[in-house]
Design a protein around this ligand. Structure first.
Ligand code: IMP
Length: 427
């Protein structure tokens, strides 16, 4: 089973880190293919909690080689902070490979991200403020800086100067900020060159050769389907393609090399940042879900908006990503509710819509239609076999499976690495 993608099916924070970590010991490479340090993977290993923002969670596995693909945008300061912090805790970090084609987040990207959000006011996206969007914008505008530019000082200096000609106009004239010096920005980036050099690789070739040898490559999605710049709730999305197809463009492997696509869904729904969320609960039910689920952002600490499971969201992700399996996380958070509502349709201006609507306008008008499933009160955090779950809990899982149309292969029943119920092996 060589090429496996793990992808979020909601608005991120589904617990992908935990699911990929489950596979970590069986895989040879763990690749991040999109996003930057806007991600927040929390992985708990033996009572120790690791919060990763940029690195693939496979860095915590002893066997898998962690990789940052060309589709990732890299803030060098964050990269080395994260690597140094892990090294200080005894994690082996020198096996990391970084694509020569990955783009860099420069200090001015962070500044522009924040001032743009401030400028947008009420219409802001609610970004993580890490400079991710502006870095991708420069990539598409062909004025981006790439990892390989660090290996050629004169090229890097030229590219920074070109980028700043434009950025300084924007910063000074539109946002009333001081201009940046090209030399200072270049010096700042070049200070990392010696540390980056041994990690740089032709990632596409490395991965294709590994797949040729029959090795297993795990593509670890960051963010999620509904934050995808093409398929998410645009414009309230991130600026890359977290969907499974992004694994190909973001790492340089062809679509025929992907054998399995595992979707991760939380047993309820959360979202950080702005944007439509038809099932959002702004009352004390939402507050209780937030508290029980610990729903505060790993990256920004922001409280997450909460709602019940929305089958329409996950069904669309299942279809568009051609999911082969679903892994349902945080099922234990739902323990103790007599009834658990699930969204099975939207009411859009009096019309019942059983699937995600096509347009943003319809989504803004959507009101959730719930089906109320029976809850359970037994503690499930120690359960390891599906048949040992309370019958109502089993029925909840089976109903979700039916609504989404994908088999549920694994369940998360607590924060620790081994708190999972595997219905069938993922690899
Ligand atoms: P950006 O990726 O920082 O540009 O933010 C764009 C949108 O994506 C905002 O609504 C963020 O809150 C959201 N977002 C980005 N990364 C994550 C993540 O890892 N989990 C959840 N939401 C995210």
């Amino acid at each position: 089973m060589p090429g496996v993608v793990v992808v979020g099916t909601q608005w991120g924070d589904e617990g992908k880190g935990k699911a990929t970590d489950q596979l970590g010991d069986k895989v040879d490479f763990v690749v991040r293919y999109s996003g930057g340090n806007n991600a927040g993977h929390t992985v708990q290993v033996g009572g120790e909690r690791y919060a990763l923002h940029l690195l693939p969670s496979g860095i915590l596995s002893r066997r898998a080689r962690p990789v940052l693909g060309n589709g990732v945008v890299i803030d060098l300061e964050v990269l080395f902070e994260e690597l140094d912090a892990l090294a200080a805790r005894g994690v082996a970090v020198d096996r990391l490979l970084i694509s020569a084609n990955a783009h860099l987040i420069a200090p001015y990207h962070r500044t522009i991200d924040r001032v743009t959000e401030r400028f947008l006011g009420k219409r802001r996206i609610g970004t993580t403020g890490r400079g991710v969007g502006p870095a991708y914008a420069d990539k598409a505008s062909r004025i981006g800086l790439r990892v390989q530019d660090l290996l050629d000082e004169s090229i890097l200096r030229q590219k920074v100067a070109v980028a700043l000609e434009q950025k300084n106009q924007l910063l000074v004239r539109v946002y009333n900020r001081p201009a940046l010096s090209a030399d200072e920005v270049s010096d700042h980036l070049l200070a990392y060159a010696d540390r980056v050099r041994p990690l740089v690789a032709d990632v596409s070739r490395v991965l294709n050769e590994a797949l040729d040898r029959g090795q297993t490559v795990l593509f670890e999605g960051a963010q999620a389907h509904h934050l995808d710049v093409d398929f998410g709730t645009y414009p309230y999305v991130t600026s890359s393609n977290p969907i499974a197809a992004g694994a190909c463009t973001g790492s340089g492997v062809g679509p025929t090399r992907l054998d399995r696509v595992i979707g991760i869904a939380k047993a309820y729904t959360t979202r950080v940042g702005e944007g439509p969320f038809p099932g959002e609960l702004t009352d004390e039910t939402g507050q209780r879900l937030r508290e029980t689920g610990g729903e505060y952002g790993t990256t920004t600490g922001r409280p997450r908006r909460c709602g019940w499971f929305d089958a329409l969201l996950v069904e669309q992700a299942a279809t568009c990503n051609a999911l082969t399996d679903l892994f349902l996380t945080k099922l234990d958070v739902l323990t103790g509710w007599p009834k658990i509502p699930v969204i099975v349709a939207y009411d859009i201006d009096g019309r019942r819509c059983p699937v995600m609507p096509m347009t943003q306008t319809e989504l803004h008008h959507a009101k959730p239609v719930y089906e109320h499933l029976e809850g359970w009160s037994e503690d499930i955090s120690g359960v390891r076999r599906f048949e040992d779950l309370p019958p109502a809990c089993q029925r909840y899982v089976r109903r979700l499976e039916e609504l989404v149309g994908v088999r549920i292969s694994g369940l998360g029943v607590g924060p620790d690495r081994d708190q999972v119920v595997m219905v069938r092996p993922l690899l």
